[in-house]
Ligand binder design. Structure first.
Ligand SMILES: O=c1ccn([C@@H]2O[C@H](COP(=O)(O)O)[C@@H](O)[C@H]2O)c(=O)[nH]1
Length: 673
């Protein structure tokens, strides 16, 4: 009796009355010191059991230990029962697994989603591309707010699902893993924090494609990829047409492997390649072999015939509708008229699906960790023992889906909906924590000022007051880059591609400087050129086409994002968030979450600051531009003047296209958000 009543007097949290427990709760001790009061309240209401678990310190464990104490305490003495009981509770508290939201602190809540299950085929793909360092997820957006820890758990859970279904699942990345986010770019070498995290994901195949082109801009980074990143993948990091000069061995070698052959868990025999489109902007330590040359090399031709293959996988930092992928397709088809081929592309930052023929198709999965691509193909398994000739003309069944990167989506597709505990993995949680602590260490939340309203990169025309590009040339460059100590006024030209993301109203952080303007391109200048010359440069640059060689290859060859985003293909019956509205070769049902379309307006390739009113032909100007396209500017000036100009750095204090933002923010934006 006595025992029982003492037991009853122990604190039992039997219901969830918010006010009843608030005073007892030390918010600072809550798991992630990251939960806001609202989030805590949300947890209490929607996760009563684990919430109690947290505040009582794993009651199941505690109660078990307590019962043990009560039953087996030989003395039956109340003092020792309480003493041992307290020890048990404390022990429980220390081992309790606190509840944590997995996304990064403060992300907006994803709205309710109306999703459909994925269709699994014999072989299935999860695909990322152009992640550009966004491992923290989109901290200011509701649809794309899962972080890389969440993605890790998603991959693990999808692998479990594949195992249950006895289907092969391949996880592929098509490159470009930094230049776009503070987490990847605020370190002394780009990717120092983010590249190691990528290696936690058990990708089956990665390609150097577009990922590499960013590495290739800078020789040091290419060396780092060659020495440190590529070897980690043990043959799965593919660079079929990209080479580096290995100074130690004094020879030119592929940066990674040119191909890989492996068997999936359920027996699918895969031969995979990784092609970078015909990029020409690389540094001099690397070589990009044109794809049409690469496919005629002996190693490629031999690989095609040497292996017994169920499916060719062609990863590429290459958009699907380019000549480069068509060349690879033709080269494979020349020897294999009917073998299944899956292309996993990237680089143009769009969601796309393309059918090459009845037995070959490709997927591209957007950009910036906004999209996880899903591709499935059915019909291979029962063909395994047939000769290829018997499968000619038999169409395979492909499905594709573009998943938004948020936890409700991940949980829905892994059948752990609403059950964070079932979804999360220890490693996934560790990755989320690491991302939080690295962001802290890099001081990425440091606020430079408060943006008065949204500025859009491509939603509005360039001359609109809400245009980011307009803000840059009419406000930021004049106030943060122009040097008033110079004897001449400046005319500053930049490539619009150096700006990468919208600027949102509210706190402008160190992270945002990299999100909006990640490159460290510097301002160079030619001093004292007459207006008659300077005034011609912008139009000549724009007439010459994109200064960036990879863009002209791509954008002339495929429909622009405007084509995909500008049209409303759906009849909306429920309120939907703005986002991708994709039209691909299968139609308009590829987006896993239905969005309302975001307009996309194409800006000129180069933009410039305005001249003062009524200029005279003989007025002298400093012609200022970015080192990224110096070669083109120098050639134009030489053509116009007949003389090769002398060039120099314009800013001696290191203000570049990235650092101009903090300088401007400190001057122009209020500190109080
Ligand atoms: O140093 C640089 C490197 C690139 N750019 C511009 O960025 C884009 C490239 O973006 P992707 O994601 O690789 O497609 C392109 O428009 C380049 O012009 C740059 O401005 N400075």
């Amino acid at each position: 009796m006595r025992r029982a009543s003492s037991f009853r007097n122990l604190p039992m949290f039997s219901h969830l009355d918010d006010t009843a427990y608030s005073p007892k709760l030390d918010y600072s001790a809550l798991p992630s010191a990251v939960l806001s009061r609202n989030e805590i309240r949300y947890y209490r209401l929607s996760h009563p059991i684990p919430y109690i678990t947290y505040i009582t310190g794993a009651p199941a464990k505690n109660l078990m230990s307590l019962s043990f104490v009560l039953l087996f305490n030989p003395s039956r003495d109340m003092k020792s029962i309480f003493l041992l009981g307290a020890v048990a509770v404390l022990a429980g508290l220390t081992v309790a697994h606190p509840i944590e939201k997995r996304e990064q602190p403060g992300v907006p809540k994803t709205p309710k989603l109306d999703l459909r299950p994925l269709h699994w085929g014999d072989v299935n793909f999860l695909h990322t591309t152009d992640t550009h360092g966004w491992l923290e997820g989109h901290i200011k957006e509701e649809n794309y707010n899962a972080d890389f820890g969440d993605f890790y758990s998603f991959v693990r859970q999808m692998r479990k699902e594949a195992h249950k279904r006895k289907k092969d699942l391949l996880v592929v990345d098509s490159g470009d893993t930094h230049d776009g986010n503070g987490l990847s770019d605020a370190t002394s070498i780009d990717g120092a924090v983010t590249q190691p995290v990528l290696t936690d994901i058990d990708y089956d195949v990665l390609c150097i494609g577009k990922f590499c082109n960013h590495e290739l801009y800078v020789n040091d980074v290419a060396q780092d990829v060659y020495k440190n990143f590529a070897p980690k993948w043990k043959g799965r990091y593919l660079t079929s047409n990209v080479f580096i000069k290995d100074v130690t061995a004094n020879k030119t070698v592929p940066i990674g492997s040119q191909y890989t052959y492996f068997k999936g868990k359920f027996g699918t025999k895969v031969l995979a390649f990784g092609f970078l489109f015909n990029f020409q902007g690389n540094g001099n330590a690397t070589i990009v072999q044109p794809v049409e040359v690469a496919v005629n090399q002996t190693w490629f031709q031999q690989a095609l015939t040497h292996y017994d293959v169920d499916i060719f996988v062609v990863a590429g930092h290459t958009p699907l509708r380019t000549q480069e992928f068509q060349t690879v397709f033709n080269a494979i088809r020349a020897l294999h008229p009917a073998k299944p081929i899956a292309f996993l592309g990237g680089h143009s930052h769009i969601r796309d699906f393309h059918i090459y023929d009845g037995r070959a198709a490709g997927l591209e999965s957007g950009r910036f960790m906004e999209t996880i691509g899903w591709l499935s193909v059915e019909g291979l398994r029962h063909e395994r023992h047939l000769p290829e000739s018997a499968t000619i003309g038999k169409n395979l069944t492909w499905t594709r889906r573009y998943l938004d990167t948020n936890r409700p989506t991940y949980e829905f597709h892994t059948k752990t909906r609403g059950n964070d505990r079932a979804f999360d993995t220890i490693k996934g949680k560790k990755i989320s924590k690491l991302i939080t602590s690295e962001r802290k260490a890099l001081n990425l939340s440091y606020v430079f000022g408060c943006v008065p309203h949204d500025y859009y990169l491509s939603r509005v025309a360039y001359n609109n007051e809400y245009s980011l590009l307009n803000l840059v040339v009419s406000e930021i460059i004049p106030k943060a880059v122009h040097d008033p100590a110079r004897p001449y006024p400046s005319h500053v030209i930049i490539n619009s591609g150096c700006q990468r993301f919208d600027l949102y109203k509210g706190a402008f952080t160190l992270d945002d400087t990299y999100i909006v303007s990640p490159f460290k391109d510097e301002f160079r200048f030619i001093s004292g050129l007459p207006y008659s010359v300077v005034s011609q440069i912008l139009s000549k640059l724009n007439a010459a086409g994109p200064g960036n060689k990879k863009r002209d290859v791509v954008e002339s060859a495929i429909p622009t994002q405007e084509y995909f985003r500008d049209l409303a293909y759906h009849n909306y019956t429920v309120p939907v968030v703005p986002g991708y509205v994709t039209k691909d070769d299968f139609g308009t049902d590829g987006d896993d979450t239905v969005h309302s379309p975001i307009p996309f307006v194409v800006a000129p390739t180069y933009i410039a600051t305005a001249f003062p009113p009524n200029p005279k032909a003989t007025d002298l100007y400093d012609l200022v531009y970015l080192d990224f396209f110096e070669g083109t500017v120098v050639n134009i000036v030489k053509d116009l003047t007949g003389v090769a100009p002398t060039t120099a750095f314009y800013r001696s204090d290191g203000v570049d296209i990235n650092k101009m933002y903090p300088v401007y923010a400190e001057k122009a934006w209020s500190k109080n958000c």
